[in-house]
Design a protein around this ligand. Structure first.
Ligand code: FO1
Length: 325
């Protein structure tokens, strides 16, 4: 079975690790493709940084800093201190020495003319990830925020310097109208037997993928059932600052509200099914009323067992939805 996951940063990385664990424990033959958000990406000190991709890459490679949720384990910051002294990186964004190795290699390949899709393949080839990572687009569509008084900031500054506390009038993706899905990402959607939407930030991680012209159409016509996992448990985001992002677009930080935000595929949205945590089981009838098959299951990914169990629940719901036709 071909499983395709649409994922962003930390929550996405943990979920993809759970899908891989589920596949490893399954006696069936499965492949896993991940369509990765590129909206967080940015240029810093002349280097191209891919935070969501690298979170997933390092997590699957077992090289991630599990506590921080980003960057490499066993990291040092000798070069970062120099970059700061030279003034080419700000106080509020740290590029670790090992992490810089990734950014320099990536930037070298990009400058040599390789596409982000090809660069992602080369980065992933170093470790036996068990999945293939595909940037959602090979175009640059960096997310920016616009404040109520018209100030425009790159998402990374808003997120890491201001901890998402600066008021936001709207999010914008640079050049999104001219962007096209990366061919490999599109193939991963059209060829999938099951499509899973990871419990990533719906606004700044999943949203930028869906806004790439062509992605929504591909999901609408995909033969695979599409099942999402709520990033909100009991009215709070599991990680990150999803509540602040949802407030900007007027969506309640609620498992049912996020499902209805994504919408039922039959009604022009992207979902056939939606998993909420047991704590949010009262939200199930409202989600089903919106045309999305819903199940309440344990959503907390504490370890390999719970992560694999969540992935198994998502695949089981996809099979149920597929049988419903
Ligand atoms: N997040 C921070 O809060 N502070 C940092 O200094 C920081 C550095 C950093 C470097 C590379 C990278 O790939 C990610 C980094 N992040 C940092 C996390 C990043 O801002 C977030 O992971 C995503 O963009 C939001 O999901």
């Amino acid at each position: 079975m071909k499983i395709t996951v649409i994922a962003g940063g930390v929550g996405g990385a943990r979920f993809v690790r759970g899908v891989r664990e589920f596949v490893r424990r399954s006696d069936e033959d499965h492949t896993i493709d991940v369509v990765v958000n590129t909206g967080d990406d940015w240029w810093l000190a002349g280097l191209r940084i891919w935070p969501d991709h690298d979170s997933i890459l390092y997590t699957l490679a077992g090289q991630n800093d599990e506590e921080r949720g980003w960057g490499r384990r066993g990291e040092s910051e000798r070069v970062s201190a120099e970059l700061r002294t030279w003034g080419v990186t700000p106080e509020w964004f740290t590029l670790g020495d090992l992490d810089l190795g990734t950014h320099i290699a990536r930037t070298a390949w990009l400058r040599a003319g390789e596409t982000p899709t090809e660069v992602a393949r080369r980065l992933g080839a170093r470790w036996d990830l068990g999945v293939t990572l595909h940037p959602a687009t090979d175009d640059e569509v960096d997310t920016h925020i616009v404040t109520p008084d018209g100030e425009r900031l790159h998402f990374q500054e808003w997120w890491t310097r201001h901890r998402a506390r600066l008021p936001v009038a709207r999010f914008e993706q640079n050049g999104i109208d001219a962007a096209r899905p990366a061919p490999a990402a599109l193939d991963a959607i059209t060829a999938a037997d099951v499509i899973l939407v990871a419990p990533s930030n719906p606004v700044v991680s999943i949203g930028p993928v869906l806004e790439i012209p062509g992605i929504r159409a591909a999901l609408a016509t995909a033969s695979a059932p599409i099942v999402g996992v709520s990033p909100i448990i009991g009215g709070a985001a599991v990680r990150g600052m999803a509540e602040a992002c949802l407030a900007v677009i007027g969506v309640d930080a609620d498992a049912g509200a996020v499902a209805r935000h994504y919408g039922a595929r039959a009604a022009g949205g992207v979902l056939d099914g939606w998993l909420v945590d047991d704590e949010d089981s009262p939200a199930v009838p409202g989600i089903e009323a919106a045309g999305i098959v819903a199940r309440a299951v344990p959503l907390w990914m504490k370890d390999a067992d719970t992560s694999a169990a969540l992935a198994a629940d998502a695949v089981a719901l996809a099979r149920t939805v597929a049988d419903l036709g």
